[in-house]
Design a binder for this molecule. Structure first.
Ligand SMILES: Cc1cc2nc3c(=O)[nH]c(=O)nc-3n(C[C@H](O)[C@H](O)[C@H](O)COP(=O)(O)OP(=O)(O)OC[C@H]3O[C@@H](n4cnc5c(N)ncnc54)[C@H](O)[C@@H]3O)c2cc1C
Length: 404
């Protein structure tokens, strides 16, 4: 038994890490998602380890969900809070654990390879590139394969990556050395889309040297914004003893969803997520195999907050204890408040997906071509949704009236 017939899975890479013969490669498939490939099947020992650690092939999660504790949280360090995607809890958990001798396996963006990837941070300085969400699927192999079984780690990732990861550390009796953190996950978009997007940006500003997906310049609620630095943008030393922001980010190229950014239009409209995100995501809402889950606390309670508030769920006492050691403010709230606004079910894959994928797979098409191809179907879809839900119809009319 092996993963040779597994296609369109989570692409978490744990099968490759577990394989004793190292014959599994993780590569992008033709739709732009990571997938395992066995290089030489004649070398397979038929040990079944690749399937054993694979969350995609198991119905049950590796951690059975008990009712979690739920919090609003934010870093007490205002600079960290301003740089992170929501309240900066991801960074604060890492910083606290590094202080306790742990290493952190998080995600950074590699501008040379134009991909997000897991890596190991052993110092606070090394942890900095993990700040902020990279809204693309991460390549896990370098990070996961550098894990030393005798060391303690915080491992962060999408819920599906973390579910497989728990299976892996349980299989090799290492669970005590690990603390696992995932996030409420919308899904991951195709790398074909990301590549077309950056090709378009690079035409305008030259080779990218830094990318931040979330930028709070005009507040947290309007933080669906790319802030991009390129070889032509100057870096301005900020001076003083500010050790977090090494440079003033004054010369960034900014592109916001509210002004029609193509990456966010395609990502947030669910036009080109991984097939597994539509049909096999078992991790919405409270379903998690992590010790801690983080996300944006988008609900009414913090609707006036513009600095960023993290939603935090702790599923284990280990996770809850760690949270209390961090340099952050914690407010316990009922689950309905903390999870308000989160997706409760998987998105639908239909006509818009087929249309977007067909254009994405055309090598000559640009990101504008993809966005144009789905513009009308998306409008129709939104209209249908509004008509199906009277409450949405009411707020739609109110919003239109305000604009007149
Ligand atoms: C693909 C994706 C989809 C998401 N969907 C939702 C959602 O639907 N609802 C919601 O509330 N939040 C979602 N988030 C999480 C959200 O964007 C913030 O990461 C979260 O609010 C934590 O913010 P923070 O300020 O504490 O994060 P930070 O302190 O900035 O930490 C971010 C953490 O996320 C990890 N990370 C970053 N990019 C990736 C990646 N591509 N793959 C794996 N790990 C990564 C980093 O290693 C770091 O630990 C999503 C994140 C990603 C990457």
């Amino acid at each position: 038994m092996n993963i040779q017939y597994i296609r369109n899975c989570y692409g978490c890479g744990l099968c490759a890490i577990a394989c004793p013969k190292r014959i599994i490669n993780i590569e992008l498939n033709n739709e732009g998602f990571y997938e395992p490939n066995i290089t030489d099947i004649t070398d397979c020992l038929d040990c079944g380890l690749c399937c054993e650690v694979c969350a995609y092939t198991h119905k049950e999660l590796s951690l059975q969900c008990r009712t979690p504790k739920s919090y609003a949280a934010w870093s007490n360090d205002s600079i960290i809070r301003s740089e992170c995607s929501s309240g900066g809890i991801g960074f604060e958990l890492g910083r606290t654990l590094i202080g306790k001798g742990y290493h952190v396996c998080g995600v950074r963006y590699n501008t040379e390879l134009a991909r997000a990837e897991h890596y190991i941070a052993t110092t606070i300085d090394e942890l900095r590139p993990s700040i902020g969400s990279k809204y693309i699927q991460s390549y896990t192999i370098n990070g996961f394969s550098s894990i030393n079984r005798k060391q303690k780690y915080l491992v962060t990732g999408t819920p599906c990556q973390i579910d497989s990861f728990r299976r892996y550390i349980r299989k090799f009796h290492m669970e005590d050395n690990f603390l696992l953190m995932d996030f409420f996950c919308h899904g991951v978009p195709s790398m074909l889309m990301w590549r077309k997007y950056i090709t378009d940006v690079e035409k305008k500003i030259g080779k990218l040297t830094y990318v931040s997906w979330r930028n709070k310049r005009t507040g947290w609620h309007d933080s669906w914004a790319m802030a991009i630095e390129s070889e032509f943008n100057k870096k301005m030393p900020i001076g003083g003893n500010n050790d977090v922001l090494k440079y003033k980010r004054e010369h960034f190229f900014y592109s916001r969803l509210s002004q029609g950014d193509n990456f966010y239009r395609l990502f947030l409209s669910d036009a080109c997520l991984g097939k597994a995100c539509y049909t096999d995501c078992k991790y919405k809402d409270l379903q998690s195999s992590a010790d801690i889950r983080i996300g944006d606390l988008w609900g009414k309670t913090y609707s006036q907050n513009e600095e960023g508030v993290s939603a935090v769920l702790t599923f284990t006492s280990k996770g809850d204890e760690l949270l209390k050691w961090c340099n952050c403010t914690l407010v316990e709230h009922p689950l309905e408040i903390v999870t308000e606004g989160q997706m409760k079910t998987c998105p639908q894959r239909g006509y818009i997906y087929n249309k977007a994928m067909a254009v994405l797979m055309d090598e000559n098409a640009t990101i504008n071509d993809v966005a144009s191809a789905i513009k009308l179907p998306l409008k129709l879809n939104n209209l249908m949704n509004i008509l199906k839900h009277p409450s949405k119809l009411y707020s739609y009319i109110v919003n239109r009236m305000k604009k007149i």
